[in-house]
Design a protein around this ligand. Structure first.
Ligand SMILES: C[S@@+](CC[C@H](N)C(=O)[O-])C[C@H]1O[C@@H](n2cnc3c(N)ncnc32)[C@H](O)[C@@H]1O
Length: 244
C-alpha cells in the first residue's frame, strides 16, 4: 500500500473489512468525527448541481446519498451488500422528498461503467482513500465528466508527517477502542481505517494528482485537520484526453 495504490491482496482484505462495518458504519463514523461528518457531507452537497446527473463513487451504505437533493443520482460501489443496503435507504428518502429514484451500479472507480462526458458532477466521500489505483480512478472520473464540470472529494489527508502521526494515534486509540466495544471483538474491521489512513498521502499529493490527470483549478481545503480535506477540480471546457 502507498499513497497511490493498494495491492490486490490488501484491497480484497480491505473490502471484506468494509463490508463487515455495514451494521455499525454510521455510528462509528459519527463518533470518529466527533459528530462533524454531517457538516462535511453538507459542504459536498452545496458544491454539487441540483439539476444535473451526479455520480457518487463509493457510496457505501448510502450515508451521503440519502440526503442528496439532486434530480438525477447514480451511486456506484464494488460491494453488492453495500448497494443492497443503500438502495432502499436512499430511494425511500428520495421518494419522500419528491425526487426520482437513484440508480445503483456495481463497479469500481478504476473502471467506471459509464460513457464519456455523461455526468454533470462526480463526488466521492471517504472512499477515495480506498481506491486501489487512485490515479487510474481519477482518470476515469475525468473521462465520464462533461467538460466544465466538477469532481468533489472528501477524505482525511495529512498535512505533514507529524500530523500523520497524531492522526494515526487518534484512529488507533480513540476510534479503535470505541470500535472494539461496538463491534464486541478485538480484531474489529475498523483496524483497516487506521491502515488506509497511514498510507494515504497529503492534501497536496492529490491536488497535484488531479492536475496531472488533466483537471484544472485543482484546490483543496483542510476542513478538519487530519479528519477531512475537501478537494475540488474541473474538467476543462475544451477537454483533451487524460494525460496519464
Ligand atoms: C467508507 S465507505 C464510504 C461511504 C459513503 N460514501 C459515506 O459518505 O460515508 C467507502 C466505500 O468505498 C468503496 N470502495 C472501495 N474501493 C473502491 C473503488 N476502487 N472504487 C469505488 N468504490 C470503492 C467501498 O466499497 C466502500 O463502500
Amino acid at each position: 500500500m502507498d499513497t497511490e495504490t493498494i495491492g490486490e491482496k490488501d484491497w480484497s482484505e480491505l473490502q471484506r473489512n468494509l463490508e463487515a462495518t455495514i451494521p455499525v458504519y454510521d455510528r462509528i463514523n459519527r463518533f470518529a468525527t466527533l459528530g462533524q461528518v454531517s457538516k462535511w457531507r453538507r459542504m459536498v452537497r452545496d458544491r454539487l448541481p441540483r439539476d444535473g446527473r451526479v455520480l457518487e463513487v463509493g457510496c457505501g451504505p448510502g450515508s451521503f446519498a440519502e440526503e442528496f437533493e439532486g434530480k438525477e443520482l447514480v451511486c456506484l460501489d464494488p460491494i453488492p451488500e453495500m448497494l443492497r443496503v443503500a438502495e432502499p435507504r436512499v430511494n425511500e428518502s428520495r421518494k419522500l422528498n419528491g425526487f426520482s429514484e437513484a440508480i445503483f451500479v456495481e463497479g469500481k472507480a478504476e473502471k467506471l461503467p459509464f460513457e464519456d462526458n455523461s455526468f454533470d458532477a462526480v463526488c466521492s466521500l471517504f472512499s477515495f482513500r480506498d481506491w486501489y489505483d487512485k490515479r487510474k480512478g481519477l482518470a476515469q472520473v475525468y473521462r465520464v465528466l462533461k467538460p466544465g464540470s466538477s469532481v468533489v472529494i472528501v477524505d482525511p489527508a495529512k498535512i505533514n508527517k507529524i500530523h500523520g502521526f497524531l492522526g494515526w494515534l487518534w484512529m488507533r486509540t480513540w476510534v479503535g477502542s470505541y470500535a472494539k466495544i461496538v463491534c464486541k471483538q478485538d480484531d474489529h474491521p475498523w483496524k483497516w481505517l487506521t491502515k488506509t489512513y497511514v498510507h494515504f498521502g497529503t492534501t497536496k499529493d492529490y491536488t497535484k494528482m488531479l492536475e496531472e490527470v488533466g483537471f484544472v483549478n485543482s484546490r483543496a481545503k483542510v476542513i478538519f485537520p487530519g479528519m477531512a480535506t475537501i478537494w475540488q477540480a474541473e474538467k476543462p471546457e475544451k477537454a483533451s484526453k487524460t494525460k496519464k
